[in-house]
Design a binder for this molecule. Structure first.
Ligand SMILES: NC(=O)c1ccc[n+]([C@@H]2O[C@H](COP(=O)([O-])OP(=O)(O)OC[C@H]3O[C@@H](n4cnc5c(N)ncnc54)[C@H](O)[C@@H]3O)[C@@H](O)[C@H]2O)c1
Length: 274
């Protein structure tokens, strides 16, 4: 069976060149695979070379076109190189998915190391800024492009023990709206997806913890998710579906929109204990 129903209709991203940052795993990989299923040609960016190459192999194995470019999104020269490679290899750019992100330390602000704050802001906010900066000339040259920012429900509410993460994602949410204002008239739509709890490992954060702590963190997360209206974490594909919708012409009248895909968690009062 064709999971995308593309036997029945035109693939929604046919021939489009799509850059996905943070494509080595989790939501980014799910977006890349789904976009390829919709006919896109993929440029995959990540600091994790092994994971990025694995995503590229999965895409090529499925008959898709994919290029992996190692890239730290917080580094201007590397991001510029990424967009140059997309343009050189595929002749242009149609969609940028700003997905790379890190969680940072789970501590209250008075215990947060200033360098740790800077790193979260550098990856989660400077990264999307740099990617948009170097992608926009290509998107405008193509006569109409799309940016999808993967923000977070933590960019909409205050969540426990995540000061830098909440600030970075809140910044990304409003950068989304600001870019929509400046670039709507130039044919570029900019939207954000705000996932709730998703069953990924956020940079191997939990995998690096000692076993007992890892299990406790996992249980805390599942318990928090269980308190939300849909009572569970999302699968990465459930976020990818929203990203692909926003990347495609199906969302042609949407720009500056901030779309929650959170199992209802921002509709409730109880956000759990962090
Ligand atoms: N998992 C969740 O519950 C959740 C919830 C809301 C939002 N998000 C957001 O979704 C996005 C994807 O997260 P995920 O859950 O798939 O986690 P993940 O850790 O599986 O994926 C993040 C990817 O970003 C990459 N990355 C990290 N720093 C980078 C950098 N400087 N340059 C390039 N790549 C870098 C990592 O190597 C990794 O492959 C993130 O922006 C995250 O903040 C996740």
């Amino acid at each position: 069976m064709d999971p995308f129903g593309s036997e029945m209709r035109t693939p929604r991203l046919r021939g489009r060149v799509v850059v996905v940052t943070g494509a080595a795993g989790g939501i980014g990989r799910a977006v890349a695979l789904m976009a390829a299923g919709e006919g896109a040609r993929l440029v995959l960016a990540d600091v994790d070379r092994g994971g990025g190459e694995e995503t590229a192999r999965a895409l090529s194995g499925g008959g898709g076109e994919a290029l992996f470019v190692p890239c730290d999104v917080s580094d201007a020269a590397q991001v510029r190189h990424l967009m140059d490679e997309a343009s050189r290899h595929f002749g242009g750019l149609d969609v940028l998915v700003n997905n790379a992100g890190i969680a940072g330390d789970a501590v209250p602000l008075h215990d947060l190391d200033p360098d740790a704050w800077d790193r979260v802001i550098a990856v989660n906010l400077r990264g999307p800024f740099l990617c948009a900066k170097y992608a926009l000339p290509l998107l405008m040259r193509g006569g109409g492009g799309v940016i999808v920012n993967v923000a977070s429900t933590y960019g909409l509410i205050g969540a426990p023990l995540a000061p830098a993460y909440c600030a970075s994602k809140g910044g990304l949410v409003n950068l989304t709206r600001q870019l929509a204002v400046d670039y709507g008239g130039r044919g570029v739509r900019v939207n954000a997806v705000c996932p709730g709890y998703v069953d990924t490992d956020m940079g191997g954060h939990r995998a690096r913890l000692p076993e007992a702590e890892r299990q406790a963190a996992q249980q805390r997360r599942e318990a928090n998710a269980a308190r939300q209206p849909l009572g569970r974490q999302a699968h990465a594909d459930e976020i990818a579906r929203a990203v692909v919708f926003l990347a495609s012409g199906d969302s042609s009248f949407m720009t500056g929109s901030v779309v929650t895909v959170d199992g209802g968690c921002t509709a409730t009062f109880n956000h759990g204990t962090g």
